[in-house]
Design a protein around this ligand. Sequence first.
Ligand SMILES: [Ca+2]
Length: 136
Amino acid sequence: MIRALLCCVGVVSVLGHPQYRDTIPNGYSVFNPCGSNFWEAVGHYNDIHHTHDKNPFGKAFAAAGHQWTTALCQADSDGDGTSNGAELGDPNCVWTVGATPEGKSTGQPGICEPIGSGACSSSAFRCGCHGHSCVG
Ligand SMILES: [Ca+2]
């Protein structure tokens, strides 16, 4: 019974899990380009649900071993011209777990912003889309 439970917990917890949000700067207050609330499921296209549709930042975060590395900080996972660190409030990539970030999150590192702009035309993501249709 316990083994079955652990199995399923592992499957659904992808960057929506509190311990993951603790390992990125401003993990609990990530800018939401689609609304006034924070983006909860940072590594996903859906802002509150931890679906299987990981956004580019979610994929890069997983590839980095779920750790905030200098390379991950300096990368621009969503391709909108702003680094992950700048979007999450760690523009100089100096943040460490438990520390206070230099600034606030001003962008979503896995969502190309401004949404729907020319620079983001290759992304099919639109606010309000949920599920597989969000992947772009
Ligand atoms: Ca970016």
